[in-house]
Ligand binder design. Structure first.
Ligand SMILES: Nc1ncnc2c1ncn2[C@@H]1O[C@H](COP(=O)(O)OP(=O)(O)OP(=O)(O)O)[C@@H](O)[C@H]1O
Length: 238
């Protein structure tokens, strides 16, 4: 078992309450920019959650850079930063500064190092000088950027983003895309924002918990569109 930079999924099944949520074949993910698309309820969040142990598969195994997610969950979570779809679910502390400090404290960093990292990450995400602000009174876009800044300040090697641009207005979506683009981390992003996939290396299409396509963005988006159109045609004919 080497520390090769890859996320490896052994054939993965997730079941809950007798229902199959995910049934994905073995996959090896090594690319820098990987997208995950599919209809509401197709299993995108469930798959992302398997990557850092938030969901434990019923069968199969996930390895991140050689680490078994189920056994080395803490080490995997240091490596894999997870940004939730709902920033409100991620933001726990009353102020921006306290929120930034929470994860950095957990890393065992000294106060001055925490302050420096927090300030740098806030500036990177357009939130400089906002440490005293109430985290819960930020706008939706600011909350998203705060959630990202918190995770990135912890310097993960892989960033998992669940619908990072949902609920953002057009300028907010564009701003977030521009912020994500230069990041050196490997990104794995579930999204309905197909423009976000521009320049991605690989896109997985999930449908009903199964892998429908695995291709570069253009081909994958075409496969997704064809799937949607086939469903619509079947519905119209019924
Ligand atoms: N813990 C759970 N118990 C039972 N069902 C679950 C659980 N978690 C998710 N599901 C169901 O699994 C399916 C896939 O959900 P998931 O959130 O992964 O979809 P998604 O593709 O991320 O959807 P969306 O685009 O709406 O965010 C849904 O039908 C959901 O209701």
């Amino acid at each position: 078992m080497g520390a090769e930079p890859a996320i490896e999924l052994q054939a993965l099944r997730v079941e809950a309450h007798g229902q199959q949520l995910l049934d994905i074949p073995a996959l090896r993910l090594t690319e820098q920019r990987i997208g995950l698309i599919g209809a509401n309820g197709s299993g995108k969040s469930t798959l992302l959650r398997c990557l850092n142990g938030l969901v434990t598969p019923t069968a199969g195994r996930v390895r991140v850079d050689g680490l078994d997610v189920a056994r080395a969950t803490r080490r995997v979570r240091r490596r894999v930063g997870f940004v939730f779809q709902d920033a409100d679910a991620q933001i726990l502390m009353p102020t921006v500064g306290e929120e930034m400090d929470l994860g950095l404290k957990a890393l065992g960093l000294a106060p001055e190092a925490r302050r420096q990292r927090a300030e740098a990450a806030l500036a990177q995400f357009g939130l400089a000088g906002m440490t005293a602000r109430s985290a819960h009174l930020l706008s939706g876009g600011e909350k998203r950027r705060l959630a990202l800044a918190c995770i990135l300040a912890m310097r993960p090697e892989i960033l998992v983003l669940d619908e990072p641009t949902s609920m953002l207005d057009l300028p907010g979506q564009r701003r977030l895309r521009r912020l994500l683009e230069p990041l050196s981390q490997r990104l794995i992003v579930a999204t309905h924002d197909l423009e976000l996939l521009e320049g991605f290396d690989r896109v997985l299409v999930v449908d009903g918990g199964r892998l429908h396509a695995d291709a570069p963005p253009g081909t994958a988006v075409d496969a997704y569109l064809a799937l949607v159109e086939a469903r619509e045609a079947a519905e119209a004919a019924a």
